[in-house]
Design a binder for this molecule. Structure first.
Ligand SMILES: [Fe+2]
Ligand SMILES: [Fe+2]
Length: 135
């Protein structure tokens, strides 16, 4: 999958947009490394970076939602938890098996597409909710 950060993915909260951009860039690297049959060491490093960065990002979003009393917080938390689980599942899979095209496809489906949908649908709603309160 050819994933790139696109301006249209911006939700309008600069600190969050920056984090989304970095996450998508790292996904791109991960996907490439798996498709090119990169060594488990490099892939492992990318995955642990992603895991940590995503956890920090989710916690920043959570703080923002708490601060503004965002009503959709539970749905966000649920989605963030699923995403974290999927990173763990993929990490286990990559430790067990050699990187294959099937795993790359799984990464595309469960991490990248999921993340982009999440940004476009759910995170954008947080921005819509808090923006009127910040002007
Ligand atoms: Fe996000
Ligand atoms: Fe989110």
């Amino acid at each position: 999958m050819n994933i790139h950060w696109e301006e249209s993915m911006k939700i309008g909260v600069p600190a969050i947009d920056e984090q989304h951009e970095e996450l998508i860039l790292q996904f791109e690297k991960l996907s490439k490394a798996v498709i090119e049959g990169g060594g488990i060491e490099g892939i492992g490093k990318l995955l642990s970076y992603l895991k940590e960065y995503a956890a920090n990002h989710f916690s920043d979003e959570d703080n923002l939602m708490v601060l503004y009393k965002y009503p959709g917080i539970e749905e966000q938390r649920k989605q963030h938890a699923i995403f974290k689980e999927n990173i763990d599942k993929l990490t286990d899979m990559l430790i067990r098996d050699v990187p294959t095209r099937e795993i790359a496809i799984k990464i595309d489906a469960t991490l990248i597409r999921y993340f982009i949908n999440h940004v476009r649908n759910l995170d954008a709603k947080i921005a819509d909710f808090i923006k009127p309160q910040t002007v």
